[in-house]
Design a protein around this ligand. Structure first.
Ligand SMILES: CC(C)(COP(=O)(O)OP(=O)(O)OC[C@H]1O[C@@H](n2cnc3c(N)ncnc32)[C@H](O)[C@@H]1OP(=O)(O)O)[C@@H](O)C(=O)NCCC(=O)NCCS
Length: 345
């Protein structure tokens, strides 16, 4: 280009005026693990687990219920309910902290299995906030024209990295998958995301060791070590952070969407502990008629999968319907959080 020529003007993509959730789906592993079974592994009682966490049972995946299998099954349902042709999905985002292969990401494989051939596909690590992170990214992509239809998946096999002898966490974590198809809309269907992190508290939920601390250079177990890294959690710290700091962020997400508590129909926080859900519900001053998810009682804490799974369960119960407004908020290891108001698909 000659120095005298005017600088060329690039074209930038232009997207849809708004975005919205078009369909959701979930996958629940076959095996139900009740509190009595947990109490064979740790010194606890059904009553303690119920009253301190709300959990009565959870599901743990079998060998064939892999991250890919569960993510694909949840997505198939979401795609079918959305009415979108899988070939029209431009981007697949998988949020997971339990895809135990460093590389490749699981998203390209799931995209391929679903018939979303050639879609952009990548994994994110935002723990229990992952579904809301992925929803925020999908919304931005659709409105900027980077993608037209995005599949956001949260999928976990937390049982693989749960220390079944750890009293503080063995009863909490569970497995499953949830997915949403997100696409263009003429009317606003996803409110502004309120998201952030607090790395100072990174030590409160951690994988105990890095893979290279338990495995030698060729993948062999190091002598004397138990082979798998496990999750450790300072439950009380996380509980306080979620009940105060994250509850305030949930209020901010409501405010930024321009809604008041009495204009909200549904509240689906990440299912971490039913007492955290109650504390948030109180802090938000939600009216009695707002439907609040308590899916943790049946499902345990499925991290990135918990919000879409909880949403699907509320549909199955007939408690919610398309077009209602729902506040969703995820929070967890990092520490990270993200929340937004969505119109239900
Ligand atoms: C884990 C959690 C349920 C523990 O509840 P808690 O009320 O904080 O319990 P504490 O750890 O303070 O322990 C209270 C008592 O119960 C005992 N206890 C702990 N685990 C127990 C168990 N599994 N069974 C029976 N008793 C138990 C403790 O020893 C302690 O006894 P003490 O009072 O005699 O010292 C709670 O902290 C929590 O849910 N935190 C948030 C976890 C979370 O959300 N994690 C994921 C984030 S995405």
């Amino acid at each position: 280009m000659s120095p005298a020529s005017p600088a060329p003007r690039l074209q930038q993509s232009q997207g849809a005026p708004s975005s919205r959730l078009l369909g959701i789906g979930g996958y629940r592993p076959r095996r139900i693990v009740d509190n009595a079974e947990i109490c064979t592994m740790i010194d606890s009682t059904d009553e303690w687990i119920r009253t301190r966490s709300g959990i009565t049972q959870r599901r743990w995946a079998g060998p064939d219920e892999t991250i890919a299998m569960m993510g694909t099954e949840a997505s198939r349902k979401a795609i079918e309910r959305s009415g979108v042709d899988p070939a029209d999905i431009d981007c697949v985002i998988v949020s997971t902290v339990t895809h135990l292969h460093q590389t490749p990401a699981i998203a390209p494989l799931i995209a391929h299995d679903l018939g979303a051939a050639g879609a952009a596909a990548f994994d994110i690590s935002a723990a229990c906030a992952g579904f809301c992170y992925a929803t925020a990214m999908a919304d931005s992509m659709i409105r900027t024209g980077t993608a037209r239809y995005v599949l956001a998946i949260g999928v976990e096999r937390l049982s693989d990295i749960t220390d079944r002898n750890d009293r503080a966490s063995a009863f909490i974590f569970a497995d499953g998958a949830g997915a949403a198809v997100i696409g263009p809309s003429d009317t606003p269907g996803i409110g502004p995301v309120v998201w952030g992190s607090d790395g100072e508290k990174a030590g409160t939920i951690v994988q105990t060791q890095a893979w290279d601390e338990v495995l030698g250079p060729h993948g062999e177990p190091r002598e004397g070590d138990s082979v798998f890294p496990k999750l450790r959690m300072e439950g009380r710290e996380v509980f306080k952070w979620a009940s105060y700091t994250v509850a305030a962020k949930a209020q901010e997400a409501l405010d930024r969407a321009g809604l008041s508590a009495d204009q909200l129909d549904v509240f689906i926080p990440h299912q971490a502990n039913d007492r955290i859900t109650s504390a948030m519900t109180r802090a938000l001053g939600l009216p009695e008629d707002v439907v609040v998810s308590h899916d943790i009682t049946e499902q345990g804490n499925t991290s990135a999968a918990s919000i879409p799974l909880a949403m699907e369960a509320l549909y199955a119960e007939g408690a919610i319907r398309s077009g209602q407004t729902a506040l969703i908020i995820g929070f967890g290891a990092g520490l990270v959080y993200a929340g937004q108001v969505v119109v239900l698909p």
